[in-house]
Design a binder for this molecule. Structure first.
Ligand code: GTP
Ligand code: MG
Length: 203
């Protein structure tokens, strides 16, 4: 898919105030600093579209971006940033969970995982929760430019093997780098295919 246009539409803390139209929508979630906003900029080809930062906790709201005037990308706040107060973390969790459970337009959730790290409890539990709630999701390994191709292959394969200890089958898996754009075509093609299907809420 070719991305011709992408523009910021609105930020919200409450999913009921998100754009009302029934358009396909793809949200990006994962631990703080995993590279959600950077990936959105890489996919859309606009460096400054979603705000990024080397300091975790940059994205605090549900951010909607309209792509090709037809579908939405959503940048969500990260979870699990330990240096935030418990009250702030709980508030962010509330925003994220309500959005995920309540947003009918959300066609697929991309769960981002830093390819360098061992499987983390917080991510595994989050994916369990998605499974329990029947939320369609895919896994996106980020920052694969930070290691050799072999190391990236081994690390991500080990991660998938760990998932298969508890999951019967794997969701779709993507390996990406926002630095060198690896994974861009695969992700955009996947979205293009899902855009052809009716919205879940309309089925
Ligand atoms: P929060 O909004 O704070 O939850 O973070 P985020 O998940 O949106 O991460 P963000 O995109 O802001 O990126 C965090 C840091 O990682 C920034 O310093 C990015 O430049 C860096 N980064 C993100 N993706 C990549 C990547 O693919 N490769 C490399 N080398 N660095 C990356
Ligand atoms: Mg962000």
């Amino acid at each position: 898919m070719i991305v011709n246009t992408a523009r910021f539409v609105i930020s919200n803390s409450d999913y009921t105030k998100c754009p009302p139209e029934m358009r396909h929508e793809y949200a990006f979630i994962g631990r703080s600093n995993v590279g959600k906003s950077s990936l959105i900029n890489m996919l859309t080809g606009q460096k400054g579209l979603a705000m990024t930062s080397a300091t975790p906790g940059k994205t605090m709201l549900i951010n909607h971006f309209l792509v090709n005037d037809s579908w939405y990308i959503v940048d969500l706040p990260g979870y699990g940033y330990a240096r935030r107060s418990k009250a702030d973390r709980d508030r962010l969790y509330g925003i994220i969970q309500n959005y995920i459970l309540g947003r009918e337009q959300m066609t697929n959730l991309f769960v981002l995982v830093d390819s360098r790290h061992e499987p983390q409890k917080i991510d595994l539990e989050f994916m369990e929760w998605l499974g329990e709630n029947g939320i369609p999701f895919s896994i996106v390994f980020t920052k694969i430019d930070k290691m050799s191709a072999t190391a990236a292959e081994n690390k991500t394969a080990a991660y998938c093997a760990k998932l298969l200890e508890t999951w019967e089958e794997l969701p779709p898996v993507f390996r990406t780098s926002s630095e060198d754009k690896r994974g861009r075509e695969a992700l955009l093609n996947y979205i293009e295919e899902m855009n052809k299907l009716p919205l879940l809420a309309e089925q």
